[in-house]
Design a protein around this ligand. Structure first.
Ligand code: NIG
Ligand code: FE
Length: 391
């Protein structure tokens, strides 16, 4: 049996509170053993079981953290919208309408082109420490192009999400209810074989709460699991709808009130914050302290997409969360690892414990705090997934 030993870890983040009584479960001067892609032993650097170790990695006192779990990304699209970004920085407002430009280009692209572009983004994400990444459709917006977007998504990740309800495409501008019928009917049937999740952009300029309820329920009836874009552009009922339907996560949440917090805190629905979207749209950063104080599980994700957040870089998201959303560094690391895993209802990733997948990063620094303290600097030295080094 080949085993890999990771030794001399100065500071190990496990997300297992048994180690130190805190959510990050920090262990100092530690080691762990990997077998068949999973962790089989964690202990002190001084008590390593040496038998059968084929491969030994010396962390040289550096910090090791679980691989980031990026639970919200749109990776299947063609083109970019740098001109729209330029206009926004000059004062124009972000609206859901820009999505239509990407839809035109995506419909013209071949599956090979979409896959190549998705793989490039996935490789960027991996190089910055992401080892699990969700991927949505949503730039096809007809039966054929949504179905093939899901085929491409499935080639990128197991965490695939059907987002036929991203916006109403121009062909249905005057009959949005007919588009909702299409999404709930033939489009869902065509997308379902490659979809784990169903999502709706429930916001100003996209879908109403009633339409979102209808679409999510149709997906759930076909075995898909619900998640929801909510309250990005204005306050609304999206968070309450997500909680009502038992969504794994409600995402964006630039706007929320006491009732929303109460509903989240008494549910299993994760609140996923996407501060790179606020950064790129000059939006309002939510104050995460109110969620944390109420005991809500909070995740952080990239929202990588060509319009509102064209980044795959979770360390950047962590830096924003600490600087502008009032996360502590500990809360930000937890949210980008364990929080993301909860948002995808995954027990095997987002933490480092016996039986968990050996998905982790070795930082160049002695502490995880540097991810916020040294923004923009590439601090991820090595990335491992399933016990294999990928960077
Ligand atoms: O998550 N909110 C909806 N969808 C994307 C934006 C997509 C786009 O502008 O292309 C988001 O921000
Ligand atoms: Fe999104």
């Amino acid at each position: 049996m080949t085993r890999t030993l990771v030794n001399n870890i100065g500071l190990l983040v496990t997300n297992n509170s048994e180690h130190d009584g805190t959510p990050l479960g920090i262990k100092r001067n530690s080691s762990f053993l990997i077998e068949n892609g999973c962790i089989v032993w964690i202990g002190d650097a001084t008590s390593v079981p040496r038998a059968d170790v084929a491969n030994s990695v010396d962390a040289q006192g550096r910090c090791v953290i679980p691989g980031f779990v990026d639970s919200h990304a749109h990776l299947v699209f063609a083109g970019d919208r740098s001109e729209e970004f330029r206009a926004r920085m000059a004062g124009e407002k972000y609206t859901a309408g820009g999505i239509g430009y990407t839809v035109d280009l995506t419909r013209q692209a071949t599956n090979g082109q979409l896959l190549q572009s998705g793989r490039r983004l996935m490789a960027e994400a991996n190089a910055s420490g992401t080892t699990t990444m969700e991927c949505k459709s949503g730039y096809g917006l007809n039966v054929e192009d949504e179905a093939r977007s899901m085929v491409v998504a499935k080639q990128l990740t197991e965490e695939t999400t059907f987002l036929g309800a991203h916006v109403v495409p121009k062909e249905f501008k005057n009959s949005p209810e007919d588009y909702v019928d299409l999404v709930c009917g033939p489009m869902l049937v065509a997308a379902r074989p490659n979809s784990k999740w169903i999502d709706v952009f429930c916001d100003k300029g996209a879908f109403t709460t009633d339409q979102a309820r209808r679409i999510l329920k149709a997906g759930m009836a076909q075995g898909l699991l619900p998640r929801l874009h909510a309250n990005q552009l204005e306050p609304g009922d999206g968070i309450m709808l997500g909680v009502e339907l038992g969504a794994a996560s409600v995402d964006h949440l630039s706007y929320f009130d006491d009732e929303d917090i109460e509903a989240l805190s008494t549910s299993n629905t994760v609140a996923t914050l996407l501060p790179a979207a606020e950064f790129s749209t000059r939006g309002i950063y939510p104050d995460a302290r109110r969620l944390h104080e109420a005991g809500v599980d909070v995740a952080l994700a990239s929202d990588c997409n060509p319009g509102s957040s064209y980044t795959t870089n979770i360390p950047f998201v962590i830096a924003l969360a600490v600087r502008d959303l009032h996360f502590t560094p500990e809360q930000a690391i937890w949210s980008a690892t364990k929080g993301g895993a909860l948002a995808l209802q995954r027990k095997d990733v987002g933490h480092l414990a016996i039986g968990a997948k050996a998905d982790f990063s070795i930082l160049s620094t002695p502490s995880y705090i540097h991810l916020a303290y040294r923004p923009g600097v590439p601090l991820i030295d090595e990335v491992w997934r399933n016990g294999t080094r990928i960077k």
